[in-house]
Design a protein around this ligand. Structure first.
Ligand code: UDX
Ligand code: UDX
Ligand code: ADP
Length: 464
């Protein structure tokens, strides 16, 4: 089966970059990305490609090349579904904030809405692919909804988990470690659908890197991969606290441990805590599923990864307050970096949100600078926590346009995202602008300690 028309529902951090790369690599396939958010689609169609809603290195140039040739962005969801042979679902699946599974289970309402919309519109057979991160057995739920519409249309449901990391999404998509496709391997139709998707990826990914398996293995692999990665960060962060007490240096420990080829060097960088839309959500999902099957030890084991991460964020903020003579009330504190990692404008679950919230509770005056995150986003992140009124957040937090402006007259600086530009700052100039003693807290082990101490900073870094 040759795919000519792809539709992707959801023009976000996953759908946008993934479809742009598919369009680039498969010029013979028409790719339409749809979203109910009109503003977002308008931004994707902005004549100035630098204004597309998602910042990812390399993305705007691909969009420039492919847009309106074989890549289209639209709000006409029904039309795109009707035309497509293959439909990717990449809508958001936030953690439930209400009812059963609150704070743990993924909220599948957006996925279900998509399934019902597909069921209402489709007139010919479709391959439907779950691309969002989803709890195990979502494909089965999708199938159930689609198979019971009674209009004779046949669906094949595939799971095709996303392994791209934000900030390197384009690179990850162009040369993935592997592509995973889960489907109904028992049936002829299932195998055909999987083959159709394999052929799309085979346009640029070597065949041996494309794995096919059953749906449940595919879904669980995604959760497990993220749980393992997050577990490594929490493990090294646990050791960072011990390092601070003992005089060991966490970077040295990580280096020595990572050189064991059985362990490997990646994801051993101590930090103020992991963020992003996936790690916490996926582990919570894993914990929720384990509890559902009454596997308490399994659930507790993975839950500890989140507990450790929450502790790391809290203890970083608490250490700031303690170091500054147990009070930050009325003190100006500059936060450099709000995104959950560098090279993205995504802030979901960013450690900066929680550190700022803690400091606001201590009545600090916060000034934030991030090279890619908007003021509107920063306030919306704080409002979402619900710790205080929107007015109080706007009173307590100012957002500025440069690091120098943020640090002017500040008592302390907290570096919370590892943006490269923070390394290049004129730190002597910043020191001279600050109140003394000038405190500098590095939550990312980004800055070189020796030179900062020589300038005169009271310098603190995670795990040192
Ligand atoms: C370990 C460390 O590997 C070694 O570097 C250190 O110096 C001493 O401790 P050892 O205990 O001899 O070495 O063997 P190892 O290969 O690490 O296995 C330890 C246990 O883990 C064994 O029971 C092994 O069967 C088990 N294991 C190991 C697994 O169950 N699964 C695995 O994937 C790997
Ligand atoms: C992650 C997975 O890497 C990706 O495969 C999956 O598809 C989605 O989830 P992402 O969340 O975009 O990607 O970024 P990632 O690079 O994994 O970083 C997650 C968080 O961990 C960031 O806050 C990052 O700063 C932090 N981190 C990562 C560390 O603190 N230390 C590390 O060594 C690595
Ligand atoms: P992710 O990181 O998973 O891509 P995002 O929140 O960035 O998550 O993107 C998900 C997108 O899906 C949002 O732009 C949202 O408007 C869109 N979306 C959610 N539900 C639907 C729906 N039923 N139809 C079309 N688009 C939807």
């Amino acid at each position: 089966m040759k795919i000519k028309n792809i539709c992707c529902i959801g023009a976000g951090y996953v759908g946008g970059p993934t479809m742009a790369v598919i369009a680039e690599k498969c010029p013979g396939v028409k790719v339409t990305v749809v979203d109910i958010n009109e503003k977002r689609i308008k931004q994707w169609n902005d004549p100035d490609v630098e204004k597309i809603p998602i910042y990812e290195p390399g993305l705007s140039s691909i969009v420039k090349e492919t847009r309106d040739k074989n890549l289209f962005f639209s709000t006409d969801v029904d039309k795109a579904i009707d035309e497509a042979d293959m439909i990717f679902i990449s809508v958001n699946t936030p953690t439930k904030t209400y009812g059963i599974g609150k704070g743990m289970a993924a909220d599948l309402k957006y996925i279900e809405l998509c399934a019902r919309q597909i069921a209402a519109v489709a007139k010919n057979d479709k391959i439907v692919i779950e691309k969002s991160t989803l709890p195990v057995r979502t494909a089965a739920a999708l199938k159930n909804i689609l198979d019971n519409t009674g209009n004779g249309v046949k669906y094949q449901i595939l799971s095709n988990p996303e392994f791209l990391a934000e900030g390197t999404a384009v690179e990850d998509l162009k040369s993935p470690d592997r592509v995973l496709i889960g489907g109904d391997i028992e049936s002829e139709e299932g195998r055909e659908a999987m083959e159709a998707l394999v052929n799309i990826y085979a346009s640029w990914v070597p065949k041996e890197k494309i794995l096919t398996t059953n749906v449940w293995s595919s879904e669980l692999s995604k959760l497990t991969a993220n749980a393992f990665l997050a577990q490594r960060v929490s493990s090294i962060n646990a050791i960072s606290e011990l390092c601070e007490k003992t005089g060991a240096d966490v970077n040295e420990v990580a280096k020595a441990v990572g050189m064991d080829s059985r362990v490997g060097p990646k994801f051993l960088k101590a930090s103020v805590g992991f963020g992003g839309s996936c790690f916490q959500k996926d582990i919570l999902n894993l914990v929720y599923i384990a509890r559902t099957y009454n596997l308490q030890e399994v659930a507790d084991y993975w839950e500890q990864v989140i507990i450790m991460n929450d502790h790391q964020k809290r203890r970083f903020a608490a250490n700031m307050v303690q170091t500054m003579y147990n009070t930050v009330a009325g003190k100006k504190i500059a936060i450099l970096g709000w995104a959950f990692k560098k090279d993205t404008n995504d802030t979901r679950e960013s450690a900066a949100i929680y550190v700022a919230d803690y400091l606001l509770n201590e009545q600090a005056e916060i000034v934030v600078y991030d090279p890619k995150v908007t003021e509107e986003q920063i306030y919306s992140d704080l409002d979402y926590l619900g710790s205080r009124s929107g007015d109080a957040n706007r009173k307590g937090v100012t957002v500025v346009k440069s690091s120098y402006e943020a640090c002017d007259n500040a008592h302390a600086i907290a570096v919370l995202t590892e943006w490269d530009e923070f390394k290049q700052l004129d730190w002597k100039k910043i020191y001279d602008q600050m109140l003394k003693p000038a405190f500098l807290f590095d939550g990312r082990r980004l800055l070189e300690p020796k030179t900062k101490k020589e300038i005169g900073f009271e310098f603190y870094a995670i795990g040192n």
